[in-house]
Write a protein that binds this ligand. Sequence first.
Ligand SMILES: NC(=O)c1ccc[n+]([C@@H]2O[C@H](COP(=O)([O-])OP(=O)(O)OC[C@H]3O[C@@H](n4cnc5c(N)ncnc54)[C@H](O)[C@@H]3O)[C@@H](O)[C@H]2O)c1
Ligand SMILES: O=C(O)C1=N[C@H](C(=O)O)CCC1
Length: 250
Amino acid sequence: MSKLRVAVLGAKGRIGSEAVRAVEAADDMELVAALGRGDTLETLTETGAQAVVELTTPASVMENLEFCVGHGIHAVVGTTGWTDERLAQLNTWLSGSPETGVLIAPNFSIGAVLTMKFAEQAARYFESVEVIELHHPNKADAPSGTATRTAQLIAAAREKAGVAPQPDATATALDGARGADVDGVPVHSVRLRGLLAHQEVLLGGEGETLTLRHDSLHHSSFMPGILLGTRRVVTTPGLTFGLEHFLDLN
Ligand SMILES: NC(=O)c1ccc[n+]([C@@H]2O[C@H](COP(=O)([O-])OP(=O)(O)OC[C@H]3O[C@@H](n4cnc5c(N)ncnc54)[C@H](O)[C@@H]3O)[C@@H](O)[C@H]2O)c1
Ligand SMILES: O=C(O)C1=N[C@H](C(=O)O)CCC1
């Protein structure tokens, strides 16, 4: 069986360098390009890349995806910074290339995906919910893509179930003291040397609390999800948002 021809964009970065090693080690994949900042995207067509793993920066990701989708190259995207406007633009490009698949995964770690799912399931049973994400201090964006997605899923589940806005009697607060408001869910961002990627979802009801916590302790935690996403995206045309869609969860 022929191997899947895979390229990594952001190949010298923290997660990109780990992805290069993971693709190289995968029996069913061949690493055909490992591109960093300043390298030409033409290398992707010259090397016959069938799928790209995109792990760069919010400033670079759109240009890279425009090229990939325009050339029928499937993409697995871990880069953060997704807005409704960006997703609409990507869908426009995909409508011009209907055979091409793009997976955007706010988090490739199976445990983090399950945490999001469990938080979504639990959200309607508790009056209060807050998200705390904790990351290494070199991270460029806040809140994390994972926390933003988690809060959006929680808010949608609460709205669907008709849950009232959560209680909060705060009358005065320093700017930022109550975190960022993501669809009504407070999200708090910690940046601390020694950490990698961690998240807690705190849920509170009358006389009880539930805490969901996930810890990524090494970039290797993201690799099974990246490889799974790469194998699945090549047979899944259009935009898939979230690795959970490839995990056969109920
Ligand atoms: N989805 C996930 O599971 C997951 C996990 C970890 C990190 N991330 C995200 O991945 C992104 C990268 O994170 P990081 O910690 O590796 O950052 P990083 O700064 O270590 O790496 C980014 C790399 O991309 C390179 N780059 C920038 N523009 C480029 C371009 N046009 N072409 C090729 N390379 C380019 C940079 O030079 C750098 O080497 C961030 O958005 C981060 O939040 C996602
Ligand atoms: O290290 C990062 O940067 C991470 N980014 C993603 C996010 O913003 O959620 C995933 C976790 C690691």
